[in-house]
Design a protein around this ligand. Structure first.
Ligand code: MG
Length: 366
């Protein structure tokens, strides 16, 4: 099963409603999709969104990194030598984590196909049904409350609300949503780097004092400000989760050892793919730290890979935030992982189980 060619495409999915965080607003998802072809006729799928404000990557940079730096290293390699191929991908270029992730996802898809088994089984097995939360965009209070009630109505037992715009208003947003759904669903808070450390402590102390119970607060302060994360973690009872503060395994070790956060949000587009995500899940298990698996605003190809990982590493990945396919108005990806509101279920099809992708616009390079 040797890699012999790569094809590129773009896949666009309109969203049901615009997705708004403290950092940006989007109304569609668009991924670079790659298809790795092998001499055995197997095809491996991978994808990456452009999340420039977080990873610094654009579609152009992702395609260029894959074409000119990653592919020359792995062309002709046998994907059954997984560790070697993954090492070549990781060493091919500095950073560029989403580009590496797209290629790793396709390689792991093929690796599992070589055993004729679904990826989660090759990663260690598990119960192939998981339950995700739903993200509520930052918006007017009435709109956020309505969206949260709708999520509970659709069967979600955890909602993640986006805040981080205006502190006083954010506190009111959280109180209103908690009053509406707090007895029916767990409430997670993601401030997307929008608050200062002192603002975060003040906000959480007020919320805690007024009886609002949050499952955790995710990345309230700037990603680079790990001292600020530690400051918050030391001063509030609500668990603090690191998202943009941790990308790879080394940063996870550092933040755990300095007690800078209580939990870690793993995303394949931050780790550079599955190999480092597996390491993070294992590191977290060693330290009894729980992880959430998250995703960018991305299509269900990369999210499928994350779902397989979550099933296999359920011991430390105890929370699932893979709602990007649920935010899309359509799912163009056929086969494999089924996204049905809160329930994500994985079939026994080999690899990621992707049969075909509708509306995939193929790219050509001369
Ligand atoms: Mg986040």
């Amino acid at each position: 099963m040797k890699i012999k060619a790569i094809e590129f495409g773009k896949l666009r999915v309109p969203l049901k409603t615009p997705f708004k965080t403290a950092m940006r607003t989007i109304d569609f998802i668009e991924d670079v999709v790659i298809i790795l072809e092998t001499n055995s006729g197997h095809r491996g799928y991978g994808s990456a969104p452009a999340t420039a404000v977080i990873t610094g990557e654009t579609h152009g940079s992702i395609i260029e990194a894959i074409r000119t730096m990653i592919m020359p290293r792995i062309m002709g390699e046998d994907v059954r030598n997984l560790n070697r191929v993954v090492g070549l991908i990781q060493q091919s270029i500095f950073m560029n984590f989403s580009a590496k992730a797209a290629v790793e996802i396709a390689v792991y898809d093929l690796f599992a196909q070589s055993f004729n088994a679904p990826l989660y089984r090759v990663l260690g097995g598990g119960e192939p049904v998981i339950s995700t939360d739903l993200t509520i965009s930052v918006d007017y209070i009435d709109k956020m409350v309505a969206d949260a009630l709708d999520a509970v109505e659709r069967g979600f037992d955890a909602v993640k609300i986006k805040v981080g715009k205006d502190l006083a208003l954010d506190i009111e947003r959280v109180k209103a949503v908690y009053a509406a759904v707090g007895d029916k669903a767990l409430l997670r808070l993601d401030a997307n780097q929008g608050w200062t450390p002192k603002q975060t402590v003040a906000a959480l102390r007020e919320l805690e004092a007024t009886g609002v119970k949050l499952e955790f607060i995710e990345q309230p302060v700037r990603g680079y400000d790990v001292d600020g994360m530690k400051y918050v973690t030391e001063r509030v009872a609500t668990p603090v989760m690191a998202d943009e503060s941790t990308f790879g395994p080394k940063e996870v070790i550092d933040i755990i050892k300095m007690r800078g956060a209580d939990m870690i949000n793993i995303k394949l587009m931050k780790t550079g793919g599955l190999s480092n995500a597996i390491k993070i899940a294992d590191i977290a298990a060693i330290y009894d730290v729980e992880c959430m698996i998250g995703c960018m605003a991305e299509t269900s190809i990369g999210v499928a890979a994350a779902a397989h990982l979550a099933v296999a590493k359920a011991g430390s990945i105890t929370r699932i935030d893979l709602d990007s396919p649920s935010l899309g108005a359509v799912n163009h990806v056929v086969g494999g992982v089924r996204f049905d509101n809160s329930e994500i279920s994985i079939s026994e099809a080999p690899g990621l189980g992707i049969e075909s992708i509708n509306e995939l616009a193929m790219l050509s390079f001369d």
